[in-house]
Ligand binder design. Structure first.
Ligand SMILES: CC(C)(COP(=O)(O)OP(=O)(O)OC[C@H]1O[C@@H](n2cnc3c(N)ncnc32)[C@H](O)[C@@H]1OP(=O)(O)O)[C@@H](O)C(=O)NCCC(=O)NCCS
Length: 250
C-alpha cells in the first residue's frame, strides 16, 4: 500500500474515541492535491479500476481512487480488511455486508465514513468546498428558496456560505435516502432549515412521508476553513455521538 500523501491531512477523528471505534465507525478526511500522491495512486491502481471509471477522464479516476483510499483508511481504523479500490454496487461503494458507508469528494478533498450496520443501516455524507459568489449567482436559486436561506440568519458568514451548507445538506440527504428508495430527488423536493446551532431540519416537499416516518432523518454539519461537511442519518444516530463531536465549529 502506498504512503499517505506528504502534504495531505488524513484524520480518522471519530476513531480517536475508543467508544466510536467499537460501537460506531470511522470517518476519514484527506486532502489529495499532492501530484506525487495522485500519480502513485494511478500507477498502482489504474488496472484495477471498474470499467466505467477506467474509461473516464484522469480527474474522475483520481477522485474515485482518493475516495476509495479514504474509505480504506476508515475500514482499517475499524480493523476491517479491505483492498483498494473497493468496487461499485448500486452507485455505492461495495462494502462488506455488516457495514454501511458513504463517500464524498470535492476539488481537493475526499471524505469517507463507515459505520457498523448494527447501529445504522444507511448514511449520507457530503463535503463541499465553499462556493464563491459567482457559483452562488449561477446556481443559488435552484438550490434553495429564500425561506430556507432566511432560516440560517444566525449563522455567521455571507450568503454564499449558507448556500454551500444547504447544497451540501441536500446532497448528504440524497445519499442517505437513495439506498432504500432508488429515486432521484430534485433540490426542490426537500426543504432544509436551521433547527438549532448544531442541527438542520429536513422535510420532504413531496409524497414521501413513509421514508420520513421510518427514518426520522436529521442532518448535522461541521464548518471547516476550506469546506463544509454534512452527515444525514436517523435522528437517534446522532444521540449516540459524544456531544463535543457535534460542535459544528472545528
Ligand atoms: C450522487 C450525487 C449526489 C453525488 O454528489 P456529488 O456532490 O457530485 O459528489 P460527491 O463527491 O459528494 O459524492 C460522490 C460519491 O457519492 C456516492 N454516490 C454516487 N451515487 C450515489 C447515490 N445514488 N446514493 C448514494 N451515494 C452515491 C459515490 O460513492 C460517489 O463517489 P464515487 O463515484 O467516487 O464512488 C450526485 O451525483 C447525484 O446523482 N445527484 C442527483 C440527485 C441530487 O443531487 N439531487 C439534489 C439534492 S436532493
Amino acid at each position: 500500500m502506498i504512503d499517505r500523501p506528504a502534504n495531505s491531512v488524513t484524520t480518522v477523528f471519530l476513531a480517536q474515541h475508543p467508544d466510536f471505534v467499537s460501537i460506531l465507525g470511522a470517518l476519514t478526511f484527506m486532502k489529495f492535491n499532492d501530484p506525487q500522491f495522485q500519480n502513485q495512486l494511478l500507477t498502482q491502481f489504474h488496472s484495477a479500476l471498474p470499467p466505467q471509471i477506467h474509461q473516464s477522464v484522469r480527474k474522475r479516476q483520481i477522485e474515485f481512487l482518493c475516495g476509495r483510499w479514504a474509505l480504506h483508511q476508515s475500514l482499517q481504523a475499524m480493523e476491517i480488511n479491505s483492498s483498494v479500490p473497493i468496487g461499485i454496487r448500486d452507485s455505492l461503494p461495495d462494502l462488506p455486508p455488516d457495514v454501511c458507508g458513504s463517500i464524498s469528494h470535492s476539488n481537493h478533498w475526499a471524505a469517507a465514513v463507515v459505520f457498523q450496520k448494527k447501529l445504522i443501516n444507511q448514511i449520507g455524507i457530503d463535503l463541499e468546498e465553499w462556493f464563491d459568489e459567482e457559483t452562488c449567482q449561477q446556481i443559488g436559486t435552484s438550490i434553495a428558496t429564500e425561506e430556507e436561506v432566511k432560516s440560517f440568519a444566525t449563522l455567521s458568514g455571507d450568503k454564499s456560505r449558507i448556500l454551500t451548507l444547504i447544497f451540501s445538506a441536500k446532497e448528504a440527504f440524497f445519499k442517505f435516502y437513495w439506498p432504500s428508495n432508488k429515486t432521484v430527488l430534485e433540490f426542490s423536493d426537500i426543504k432544509i432549515q436551521m433547527k438549532s446551532d448544531t442541527e438542520l431540519h429536513v422535510e420532504g416537499r413531496t409524497k414521501d412521508s413513509e421514508f420520513f416516518r421510518t427514518y426520522s432523518p436529521s442532518i448535522r454539519y461541521w464548518l471547516f476553513s476550506e469546506f463544509v461537511f454534512t452527515i444525514a442519518a436517523p435522528l437517534n444516530f446522532f444521540s449516540n455521538l459524544p456531544a463535543h463531536l457535534l460542535d459544528p465549529k472545528i
